[in-house]
Write a protein that binds this ligand. Structure first.
Ligand SMILES: C[S@@+](CC[C@H](N)C(=O)[O-])C[C@H]1O[C@@H](n2cnc3c(N)ncnc32)[C@H](O)[C@@H]1O
Length: 469
């Protein structure tokens, strides 16, 4: 029997072929009508066959009910199995399954139709919205795994208050969600996203960035909390040391991969003419923007502060519950430094001159540039693309051009080139970047590290500065 999709494709073809002679066009129309008739006939035949099979199953069911003793479950089990297998094999059901898959696929392709950046924004907002639901789902999975043990085992385990621990962790999801709910509302307003748009393009897609949302909560603790800048301050110390003796009001700074923006923020406060924080991920940008989204006093959260519990999303490597559920406070800032610009953009295509044009469209930039890469260069699939982009941006400046780098060399799984520290130096020098400072031994630093956990990750962080001659 011809499939409906074949008919559709014939239709499309006949429409799109503009120069078909009239006769041939008539023949095609006739062909389509014949096919449609055959299709309808096929559907009727199929329904009759399906109905007769179900009738046979029902007959078998009632015969068994009559023959077997009352309350015997065999007739129900047998007829359910036969019914399910009949439905599963019917081409109506197969078409239904195909349609459902197609609709899911359509959601992905629909997202592409609105442009990658807008669709990334919608996915990021949707991920924020889904935080509590997904976290609870994850916790519920722990509960169902627990229930797979014997009753005796569960009973003994609960002597440790295990079940209560799961409940306690869930209360912290709710706390984290207070920040995320406000952030979500602000993002919807600021970027003019309607619930309809979110539903249409993000809801129900295969995309799931829950892990990224958790990571951004960890970033709030690292970058903007009362935790004490343990991981940030040593980076800032090295970066700021490289600014010594420079008249920063004559410099533009560019911070690629700026994340939640603390480094760019501090650089802006050092007195640069202008700082461009360039971040690829919408989720990171939304979180960074929210640092400055000072809520008015009449709103729900007059202190503009939130409690964040970054270590609750994992039951591994904890000494005790207290450590796992310990929280930090994040407080929104009064205002964003005026010389700081936050861009959601791919650094490799970032065009700096468009932000330095006067009202007549003439490019007017300060002469000097500092580029600060922080935990960034090893994130590239192609590190040379980053180096080329740095070179391209530097070429827009006539005066001093300095590049300061702090970060590890931990490459992702798809890196096209994986240089060690020595090789990075050789490559940048081959591109004309003369090393002007280099820390002798790499600093050892954590990155979103739970210092009270049983597993602690630390990076050797290379620190160097160079100048384009
Ligand atoms: C490891 S994080 C570091 C964030 C920040 N520099 C810090 O130290 O907290 C790297 C960041 O670079 C961003 N990123 C990666 N490729 C990028 C690109 N081509 N353009 C802009 N940002 C990018 C990622 O989204 C991520 O936020």
């Amino acid at each position: 029997m011809p499939k409906k999709s074949n008919v559709n494709s014939t239709k499309i073809n006949s429409k799109s072929t503009k120069h078909v002679p009239k006769e041939k066009d008539e023949q095609t129309k006739e062909g389509i009508q014949t096919q449609l008739r055959a299709d309808q006939l096929g559907n009727v035949r199929e329904s009759v066959v399906l109905a007769s099979r179900i009738a046979v199953i029902l007959v078998i069911h009632f015969i068994l009910v009559a023959l077997l003793p009352p309350r015997n479950k065999l007739p129900v089990i047998l007829s359910s199995l036969l019914g399910a297998s009949t439905l599963n094999q019917s081409s109506m059901f197969i078409r239904f399954k195909q349609n459902m898959l197609k609709r899911m696929f359509d959601k992905e392709s629909k997202s592409l139709s609105i442009g990658k950046s807008r669709s990334d924004l919608l996915f990021a907002i949707y991920d924020i919205k889904q935080y509590l639901y997904r976290s609870k789902q994850w916790n519920d999975k722990r509960r169902s795994m627990f229930k797979m043990m014997t009753w005796r085992q569960q009973h003994i385990c609960n002597q440790s208050n295990y079940a209560k621990k799961l409940n306690k962790v869930e209360t912290k999801f709710v706390e984290n969600n207070k920040l995320l709910t406000d952030l979500y509302q602000r993002a919807m307003e600021r970027h003019c996203v309607s619930s309809w748009e979110l539903k249409e393009y993000a809801q129900g897609s295969k995309h799931n960035g829950h892990y990224r949302v958790i990571e951004s909560l960890c970033h709030y603790s690292r970058d903007w909390s009362n935790l004490g800048d343990v991981e940030i301050q040593p980076l800032l110390d090295y970066i700021k040391l490289q600014f010594k003796g420079l008249d920063l009001s004559e410099f533009v700074a560019v911070v690629p991969g700026s994340g939640l923006g603390r480094v760019a923020h501090e650089i802006a406060l050092s007195g640069f003419n202008r700082v461009h924080a360039v971040e690829f991920s919408w989720l990171m940008t939304l979180c960074n923007e929210y640092v400055y989204a000072n809520l008015s006093k009449e709103e729900k959260n007059p202190t503009n502060s939130y409690n964040i519990f970054p270590f609750i999303h994992n039951y591994s490597n904890h000494l005790n519950l207290e450590n796992q559920i310990r929280g930090f406070q994040f407080k929104q800032l009064e205002k964003k430094p005026e010389n700081l610009n936050i861009h959601t953009a791919d650094f490799t295509t970032f065009n700096i001159s468009q932000f330095h044009t006067d009202k007549d469209g003439v490019v007017k930039m300060p002469e000097n540039l500092v580029i600060v890469t922080c935990f960034f260069i090893d994130t590239a699939e192609n590190m040379m693309d980053y180096f080329d982009a740095i070179d391209r941006i530097a070429s827009s400046f006539k005066g001093k051009k300095i590049w300061v780098n702090v970060g590890p060399l931990k490459y992702g799984t798809a890196a096209k080139v994986e240089l060690n520290n020595e090789e990075v130096k050789m490559v940048r020098e081959a591109m004309g970047w003369k090393t002007i400072d280099e820390a002798e031994t790499p600093k050892t630093l954590g990155y979103l590290t739970d210092v009270k956990g049983l597993w602690k990750g630390y990076y050797g962080v290379t620190c160097w500065a160079c100048e384009k001659k």
